[in-house]
Design a protein around this ligand. Structure first.
Ligand SMILES: [Zn+2]
Length: 112
């Protein structure tokens, strides 16, 4: 796990929290660019001492999920729909394909 030495802020929803002055040298921070959907993160760098003051992340990106939120996600559902005609036994697979074929024919109203 990496430790980050600078805070991250959402842009523009957390723009009020973005620092205006460098923690290190107290110079005024010049915000040169803001993040966009195609360029979602931007570092705010102090032009005097080159220290990264914070990172801006665009609101266009969904916030990163916390581990608790991830665990709360529903378990991936099994595939739905008609059962596959695949079977490791070729004879059983052929029987399933035949049954499916007759089912389709019956649905189409074809009499045999
Ligand atoms: Zn500085």
């Amino acid at each position: 796990m990496t430790t980050r030495s600078y805070p991250q802020f959402r842009w523009p929803s957390e723009r009020d929290l973005v620092p205006t002055h460098c923690d290190n040298c107290q110079k005024w921070l010049l915000r040169q660019e803001t993040p966009t959907a195609s360029y979602p993160t931007v570092d705010v760098v102090c032009l005097y001492c080159t220290r990264v003051a914070c990172e801006l992340i665009t609101d266009a990106l969904p916030p990163r999920m916390t581990p608790a939120q991830f665990r709360a996600l529903p378990v991936v559902q099994a595939r739905r729909g008609p059962q596959s005609a695949y079977s490791p036994d070729p004879a059983e697979a052929a029987r399933l394909r035949l049954l499916a074929y007759r089912e389709r024919q019956r649905a189409l109203g074809v009499s045999r």
